[in-house]
Design a binder for this molecule. Structure first.
Ligand SMILES: *[C@@H]1O[C@H](CO)[C@@H](O)[C@H](O)[C@H]1NC(C)=O
Length: 321
């Protein structure tokens, strides 16, 4: 007999079972990509930041469905490794790496130019790449690095590829936002790194709000073209988005996260749903939650006048460079 006996108490067993049940329940997805039989043969898809985390699982899913998949990554070494892994797992050799640094408008332009030259069509664009918790830094274009990587870079990329996407209709644009957008604010001076309080995820939250706003405005502009644009919340996911945080933050997050948060594979589901599910055909300008349900985004993301302005400001800032 010792204090260890308390672990054999029925109440302890019961609460453990209850906890694991709750964990399983909140993880269960209503839509299973493996049960979805949609094929993507003859289709081309681009996934940004596809060398790791959610992006890699999205690219893997597309490759399984027979698509030509382009991984748009910044790191050649990590990108090459991901291409190799996806080819091996799916037996689809039509998986390729194209380098892009979304924080640099010049790099985005070069990337888009090459895609337009090389690709006959583009049916799916997934704007997945994002950074969080980066230290304050201004890019050579004069933008805050988080805004450049999470908003202005993907914004420019999408616009430069838009003609190719329209020619390939029906086509889908999926942008990974986050529930964090609800805590974001719109201040156009943020783009240049002004009035930004660098507090943990604050900057990330602002950038995710711009993602939802501009995706909605893009959807409005694309009415009648056969191209849809939606934003998604992947869920609270364990990914390397945290890699710039101090070690102790990552440690705590990982510890709690391994019990309660989604894996990167689970986090990829809502994006895959938007990109391939038959139910999403023709659906546009929506915000899709991590359980694949359509929900309303924050009030700021539903303000049409603000959306027009945000889109125009972003257009102006990205076009002059
Ligand atoms: C960012 O958003 C998350 C999720 O809504 C929230 O928990 C967090 O407090 C926000 N951060 C800041 C600094 O507003």
């Amino acid at each position: 007999m010792s204090w260890l006996n308390i672990f054999y108490h029925p109440l302890w067993v019961f609460s453990t079972l209850l906890l694991s049940f709750v964990v399983r329940l909140q993880r269960r997805g209503p839509w299973d990509p493996r049960a979805c039989t949609v094929r993507l043969n003859g289709k081309t898809a681009i996934v940004t930041g596809a060398n790791t985390g959610i992006g890699k699982f999205i690219a893997l899913d597309f490759a399984r469905r027979g698509a030509r998949v382009i991984l748009a990554c910044r790191s050649e070494a990590r990108g090459t490794a991901a291409v190799k892994e996806i080819r091996e797992k799916t037996k689809n050799d039509d998986v390729h790496l194209r380098l892009v640094d979304l924080s640099s408008l010049e790099s985005v332009r070069e990337f888009a130019k090459r895609i337009i030259e090389e690709e006959k069509a583009l049916h799916i664009l997934v704007n997945n790449a994002a950074v969080s918790g980066l230290p304050r830094q201004i890019t050579k274009d004069g933008f805050d690095i988080s805004f450049a990587t999470n908003h202005l870079g993907p914004f420019l990329l999408t616009n430069l590829l838009l003609d190719l996407i329209k020619q390939s209709a029906p086509a889908r644009i999926v942008t990974l936002a986050s529930v964090n957008h609800k805590k974001g604010k719109v201040d156009f001076s943020h783009f240049q790194g002004e009035n930004l309080v660098y507090h943990m995820d604050k900057v990330y939250n602002h950038t995710k709000l711009h993602n939802v706003i501009c995706t909605n405005e893009l959807a409005r502009r694309l009415q009648g073209t056969g191209v849809t644009a939606n934003s998604v919340h992947p869920g609270i996911v364990m990914t390397e988005v945290l890699r710039y945080y101090p070690l102790y933050v990552r440690f705590i997050f990982n510890l709690i996260g391994s019990c309660f948060f989604k894996s990167a594979e689970e986090g990829a589901v809502s994006s895959i749903y938007c990109a391939v599910a038959e139910e999403m055909e023709g659906v546009t300008g929506k915000y899709i939650d991590s359980d694949c349900s359509m929900v309303l985004p924050a009030p700021l993301a539903r303000d049409t006048a603000l959306a027009v302005k945000d889109f125009e400001v972003s257009e102006r800032l990205t076009s002059k460079l």
